[in-house]
Design a protein around this ligand. Structure first.
Ligand SMILES: [Zn+2]
Ligand SMILES: [Zn+2]
Length: 169
């Protein structure tokens, strides 16, 4: 099986952001529901050899291409574990993939989640001069990779879009 809607990833797009975009585009309730098809439980996705290949074929991507976009924290997370971001090795400890943060204005402008937002130290958007959003302005819960869409929180309130809450610097 291949998902009906599989636009290719955009340069600089984070893998989990890409998977979330595909999940929303193909009408899944949330990212875990999409990953479950390939036998992966929960979200965010961290590289797992066999399952990675299954997700890659589900979204019509080569295994190598998919692995290059993945973060691999190995069997035990440690500062020695490397992740690739923009083709550079960074230490796993420099990433915070568990607590996603976004610039909603960028997502509206560009339609994708940037991989630099996965870096722990990246806290503001230089283009929009805003602090990245890490909590839903409506329910105040932390943003999660289990949310239904790029700009929709799990609280799913009709007005549950993030754009009206942009913290100008
Ligand atoms: Zn921005
Ligand atoms: Zn919410």
């Amino acid at each position: 099986m291949i998902l009906p809607g599989t636009p290719p990833p955009i340069k600089g797009e984070s893998l989990n952001g890409y998977l979330l975009r595909l999940s929303e585009l193909n009408g899944y309730a949330n990212l875990p529901q999409l990953l479950k098809i390939a036998g992966y439980k929960g979200a965010p996705y961290w590289y797992k050899p066999g399952i990675g290949d299954r997700i890659a074929s589900l979204i019509g991507m080569s295994s190598d291409e998919f692995k290059a976009m993945s973060y691999d924290r190995g069997s035990k997370a440690s500062s020695r574990t490397k992740a690739q971001i923009f083709g550079h090795d960074v230490s796993y400890t420099m990433l915070d993939v568990t607590n996603p943060k976004i610039c909603p204005a960028c997502v509206v402008d560009n339609g994708y989640i940037k991989s630099e937002w996965d870096l722990t130290s990246f806290i503001a958007c230089p283009d929009h001069r805003t602090i990245l959003l890490s909590r839903c302005p409506h329910c105040e819960r932390k943003l999660s990779w289990r949310r239904p869409g790029l700009l929709t929180c799990a609280c799913q309130r009709p007005s549950g879009r993030f754009l009206n809450q942009v913290n100008r610097l």
